[in-house]
Design a protein around this ligand. Structure first.
Ligand code: PLP
Length: 410
């Protein structure tokens, strides 16, 4: 008899996005003429840039000729890409890395969800609340949590770090000891960032407690202000305690192309039950070479083109486009009297629902009155109740139209 992994039974189901789809479909059935604008899901609307498309086409042609055909590549990714990552994404920050500390993959979702494969199931995890749900659900699947507690709207056994108006959406250090800490900055869903000093507190905590920080920097490219760290390795000591996840999905429109990377410094360690330290770089390499055969050559060639002169300009233009949307949303909402967070260094705007409406009541009101779809904050965790997420990834036209409707119809 095949037994299942019963941890999967603890998951309440994909409640958030299926519930959004259900309500939108019902609204469409009742109002077939309505012109619905979606500023809810995190997908992008700008196409791949010309330099990327050109590089991918050239790579596909190479694959069609025996002389230039490539079969299995290195599981960790091609050095032509990892060298560009080191040169362009880290060297300018004063962060030195070697190619074997870079692991190229098909997504930050894949990596954030899989990385704990090499970590013990008895580790106590800490996540911010609200949170990108993948960190929680992947740990539930791995058996690192208790059951879902309906009263709290949280899983037992996880340390939740509330991000609220009172603390400016910035998590405070845990008061009980934790072993694995997920930090995502710029943050999805709040759009907030940490300063270097704030991030240093986490690095210091991890060093003192032999904890590991899983740092998701998927939105790093959207940072506009100079004093915000782009990488956790800008903080002294972080190489000993942090792995960093990055993605081309939002930066370069790779949501459907799939390419990302994870940095695992040689110094970063975790411990066996005798207290002996083990290199996570070696363990992650062992894990990846066993379970992963690398990202396709045309996709890695396309990713490398992001770092060409033309590619850099085109990507910057995309980021500018989305951040101009973010500014429009942020300022439009503030002018309309909303309290908002984020949208300055991130493509997400986190608004406080007016009149103490619940996240879902605001969702319904926005859909019914303005025909705009956003994401209820409660879907990202208990502390997200009373908040709502809008994204800057729409087209300019739709973003402007949505704001005009919010101004006049809400
Ligand atoms: N990390 C965060 C915080 C995200 O918001 C997302 C996507 O929405 C991802 C990771 C997933 O990125 P990828 O497309 O590289 O899997």
């Amino acid at each position: 008899m095949a037994l299942i992994n019963e941890n999967y039974l603890k998951l309440p189901g994909s409640y958030l996005f299926s519930e959004i789809a259900r309500r939108v479909n019902q609204f469409k059935t009742d109002n077939p003429e309505a012109d619905i604008i979606r500023l809810g899901i995190g997908d992008v609307t700008r196409p791949l840039s010309p330099a990327v498309v050109e590089a991918m086409k050239t790579a596909v042609d190479e694959m069609g000729h025996a002389q230039t055909f490539r079969g299995y590549g290195p599981e960790q990714g091609y050095e032509f890409l990892s060298e560009k990552i080191i040169e362009n994404d880290f060297k300018p920050l004063g962060v030195e890395l070697t190619a074997d500390e870079v692991f190229i993959s098909d997504g930050a979702k894949t990596d954030t969800a899989n990385f704990p494969d090499i970590l013990g199931v008895n580790n106590i995890i800490a996540v911010t609340d609200p949170v990108y749900p993948v960190y929680v659900d992947s740990n539930v699947m791995a058996g690192r949590t208790g059951l879902f507690n309906d009263n709290k709207g949280q899983f037992d056994g996880i340390v939740y770090l509330p991000c609220t108006e009172e603390n400016g959406m910035k998590p405070q250090l845990p008061t009980t000891k934790v072993d694995m800490i997920y930090l995502c900055f710029p943050n999805n869903p709040t759009g907030m960032t940490l300063t270097k000093d704030e991030l240093k507190q986490w690095v210091d905590y991890a060093r003192e407690n032999k904890a590991l920080i899983l740092y998701d920097a998927a939105y790093e490219a959207f940072i506009q202000e100079d004093n915000i760290p782009r990488s956790i390795y800008e903080v002294e000591g972080a190489r000993e305690v942090a792995v960093e996840f990055r993605s081309y999905s939002k930066t370069a429109g790779f949501t459907g192309t799939r390419c990302a990377y994870t940095i695992v410094p040689k110094e970063v360690k975790a411990y066996d039950s005798q207290g002996n330290a083990h290199s996570l770089n070696s363990l992650w390499l062992r894990r990846q070479t066993t379970k992963f055969n690398g990202v396709s050559y045309p996709v890695q060639a396309a990713a490398a083109a992001i770092y060409s002169e033309a590619g850099k300009k085109e990507i910057q233009a995309n980021v500018r486009y989305y951040m101009d949307n973010a500014k429009l949303i942020r300022e439009g909402l503030i002018n309309a009297g909303y309290k908002v967070f984020g949208g300055v260094n991130a493509p997400y705007i986190w608004l406080k629902t007016p009149d103490q409406l619940s996240s879902w009541d605001f969702f319904d009101k926005l859909l019914n009155q303005a025909n705009v779809v956003g994401t209820p904050g409660a879907g990202f965790g208990a502390s997200g109740e009373g908040y709502f997420r809008l994204t800057a990834f729409g087209t300019r036209e739709n973003t402007e139209k949505a704001l005009e409707r919010i101004r006049t119809k809400m």
